[in-house]
Design a protein around this ligand. Structure first.
Ligand code: SF4
Ligand code: SF4
Length: 305
């Protein structure tokens, strides 16, 4: 594997072609151990980044480490510029791309807000386990964080240093409005857990609308511990399914079950998502796609979310 733990791609470097330099390899690779031995032998020292990635059993700093960009990178000047590191920090704080299943920008129809304003707050709270907020809005828990639905200003808010700040997260706004507008009863949970192919609109989740799980597989397919850390950070509860399974709650009465199967010589690793059958009472297929996309983004983002 030619890409180094730090992210430098040795595959496209002439130094490698000329045999002057060898690849450092991913932090978990045998190449990395060999490179560290060679650095120690020749320079009497090792690359702090490569040593750290090896020690922490992480393949790639940029993809796998929650600390990136850490002081090993900031100390520089090698391998990345301060400008590149600042860009990484800034963009890692961004909310997910606001795109629908058709790759078009998420648009919130104003009537979704109008409809929600007319709903009985106390009944909604009974159905969803949300709480009424003194502002007139609704407070609910999305995974590990509290979200305020501000019906007067028509926006979502997150608590930051004691202040409910307006948040731009269109995909979350869309699925939140769909859920709170569509829920009509206290839905049963834990009765009938189904896969995507068991849903009434299973045909929707084919081709371009396949659930977007490949980035999760790329990140956690060979890293069940990283998967566990991310799921537990989001408040997930372990379930006795697959190699590692977690029940996550994007809404208090809407669990999603994320399951990771570790690969072996015969089978590749696999990630799938299961649902409560009752999800279909609140969400149509395109909204389920959006919900899974938003939760998967949170799993990828981890504690910076
Ligand atoms: S910074 Fe470290 S890991 Fe990256 S290419 Fe250089 S020696 Fe290898
Ligand atoms: S702490 Fe820094 S050097 Fe170590 S694995 Fe994480 S990003 Fe890489």
């Amino acid at each position: 594997m030619p890409t180094s733990a730090c992210g430098i791609n040795c595959d496209v470097c002439k130094l490698k072609l000329m045999g002057i330099c060898s690849s450092c390899g991913a932090g978990k690779s045998p190449e990395a151990r060999k490179k560290l031995e060679a650095q120690n032998r020749i320079f009497g020292n090792t690359c702090a980044i490569l040593s750290c990635a090896c020690m922490n059993n992480l393949s790639y700093c940029l993809r796998d480490c929650l600390m990136f960009p850490c002081d090993n990178f900031r100390a520089g000047p090698y391998p990345f510029s301060p400008g590149f590191l600042a860009m990484q920090e800034r963009r890692r704080r961004q909310t997910p791309p606001a795109l629908t299943h058709n790759n078009t920008p998420v648009a919130i129809p104003p009537e979704y807000w109008e409809f929600l304003e007319k709903r009985d707050v106390h009944q909604l709270c009974n159905f969803t386990f949300a709480e009424p907020h003194p502002s007139g809005g609704l407070l609910f828990r999305f995974l590990q964080e509290d979200i305020l639905i501000d019906t007067k200003e028509r926006c979502l808010r997150r608590l930051k240093e004691g202040i409910w700040e307006k948040t731009e997260d269109p995909l979350l706004e869309l699925i939140t409005l769909l859920y709170f507008n569509n829920v009509k009863s206290l839905l049963p949970v834990g009765k009938d857990i189904v896969g995507v192919n068991d849903l009434k609109e299973a045909h929707f989740f084919r081709g371009p609308h396949t659930l977007k799980l490949s980035p999760l597989l790329e990140r956690y397919g060979n890293d069940p511990n990283g998967f566990k850390d991310a799921a537990e950070y989001l408040g997930g509860k372990a379930v006795d399914m697959a190699t590692s399974g977690y029940r996550l709650l994007p809404f208090p009465r809407v669990p999603l079950y994320y399951l990771l199967w570790k690969g072996d010589d015969e089978f590749k690793p696999k990630i799938s998502v299961l649902f409560e059958r009752s999800i279909e009472d609140c969400f149509e297929a395109d909204a389920i796609w959006g919900l899974v996309t938003r939760v998967s983004f949170a799993l990828l983002k981890g504690p910076a979310c």
